[in-house]
Design a protein around this ligand. Structure first.
Ligand SMILES: Cc1cc2nc3c(=O)[nH]c(=O)nc-3n(C[C@H](O)[C@H](O)[C@H](O)COP(=O)(O)OP(=O)(O)OC[C@H]3O[C@@H](n4cnc5c(N)ncnc54)[C@H](O)[C@@H]3O)c2cc1C
Length: 401
């Protein structure tokens, strides 16, 4: 039986299912199934994006005039639900949910014409150069400088925690162009080609032993002034606009719905301390039910944001609320998944998570991913603004405290 929201969309769901079954290769599905990181295997993410692009569906939330499918909120949700059911590898967040919407909102016509088609086709893959070694929560204190020189800027400084910088072709980046007035008033938003001479990328290995983040050094990097988004010294407005999309449009509910079912399946195969089926244990059932209720709340919230964005608005102050709700719930799912998969989750076997591997696995398949996921996802209540800072924003801007 379809959900109530499906009334009038039965044919659409069938069309999506047929497309997914035809386009998702075994490799893509394996990468989706084995993925334990917020930033999944880029090769398969790109292959999946190219397959969608051929059908005009690369960016489910983009308006039709910019190359998106122009789907309403229910169509977007159906697409993401069906994609999750078949273990699709996910969408490239920095390109499709951050840089693209930001250029649609603040880019010049020339920038839209040049960059948006290349984002859709995955020719360009983006990373985010906001945080610096001394500027994270206090982002406005950033020190990387851009000094005008003819038609260019000369950029010097360093960015840190830059996810995907080692694989990205481009970076959207905040730089300091003035020290006058409030710190926010001297910031400019630039688009930088990662092949430009003077850029060095050094890896940071995370808690799970995975390379996702980097430090990026700029040493006299020449960036054309035409790559500036918005006016000089007005980058803070552009940066905040992008952050609303980053924090508000992650659409975690379909992913978590699938994970909730997987947790139930593992608990049906594992035992509690008394030797009975874990799934029949009242304490476990209570936790599972609590997750289900919280997922329902998250889903409702995400739906509201999808409606707002589909109507041409940005997420606004819903962004910090849904960001905290989603990331904290995700981490609680990680803990429950470990409990449901039992002692087998203690075995570290990273080679068994490589797509295409043929290593003999120790323990059941469902025990492979929970611990590496738990370790990788710990950073998600820090990334894109810590939970504490989001609570501060909610207290000030939503509750007026
Ligand atoms: C997995 C991951 C991926 C990331 N990817 C990127 C990326 O791609 N691009 C990018 O630019 N950055 C990225 N970041 C960086 C991220 O945005 C920063 O780590 C984050 O903003 C926090 O900054 P910080 O690390 O300097 O911590 P700090 O700002 O030094 O914070 C330290 C502690 O103090 C608390 N604190 C600070 N200020 C306040 C306050 N006003 N009120 C209450 N508590 C406060 C914080 O909550 C935290 O607990 C990533 C981080 C992680 C973990």
């Amino acid at each position: 039986m379809e959900a109530l929201s499906d009334i009038g969309y039965t044919n659409f769901r069938a069309e999506i299912r047929a497309f997914l079954e035809e386009s998702l290769t075994d490799d893509m599905r394996e990468a989706g199934r084995l993925n334990t990181n917020p930033f999944p295997d880029l090769k398969q993410v790109i292959a999946w994006q190219k397959a969608r692009h051929r059908r005009g569906w690369a960016a489910p939330s983009w308006p039709r005039e910019y190359g998106g499918p122009g789907w309403d909120e229910i169509q977007q949700t159906i697409f993401r639900e069906e994609a999750c059911k078949l273990d699709a590898p996910g969408e490239h967040v920095q390109s499709l949910m951050m840089c693209g919407p930001c250029l649609i909102g603040h880019g010049s016509q020339e920038q839209k014409d040049y960059y948006l088609p290349r984002i859709l086709s995955a020719e360009h893959v983006w990373c985010q150069g906001y945080s610096e070694p001394e500027s994270g929560s206090d982002l406005a204190s950033l020190k990387t400088t851009a000094v005008p020189d003819g038609d260019d800027y000369i950029v010097n400084g360093a960015k840190i925690w830059t996810s995907d910088a080692h694989r990205a072709t481009h970076m959207f980046c905040l730089v300091r162009t003035s020290n006058e007035g409030r710190p926010q008033q001297g910031i400019t938003f630039l688009l930088i080609d990662m092949k430009t001479p003077g850029i060095t990328v050094k890896p940071i290995i995370n808690l799970a032993g995975v390379h996702e983040q980097n430090t990026v050094f700029f040493d006299d990097v020449r960036v054309p002034q035409r790559n500036r988004v918005g006016d000089e010294n007005h980058g803070w407005t552009v940066a905040k606009y992008l952050l609303e999309f980053e924090r508000g449009t992650q659409c975690l509910a379909p992913v978590l719905r699938k994970r909730l079912e997987n947790i139930k399946k593992s608990a049906a195969s594992e035992c509690n301390a008394y030797g009975s089926r874990l799934l029949d244990d009242p304490a476990f059932r209570r936790k599972w039910a609590k997750m289900r209720i919280e997922l329902h709340v998250l889903d409702s919230y995400e739906q509201q944001i999808i409606v707002m964005v589909a109507a041409g608005n940005c997420p606004g102050m819903s962004a910090p609320v849904v960001k905290n709700m989603g990331m904290e719930l995700l981490q609680n799912f990680d803990k429950l998944a470990i409990e449901a998969a039992g002692l087998h989750t203690l075995v570290s076997q990273p080679e068994a998570l490589e797509p295409g591997n043929s290593v003999a696995r120790i323990g059941p398949d469902y025990a492979l991913t929970p611990t590496p996921r738990y370790l990788s996802n710990r950073g998600l209540t820090i990334a894109s603004g810590t939970s504490e800072v989001q609570r501060g924003i909610i207290a000030k801007s939503v509750l007026g405290l």
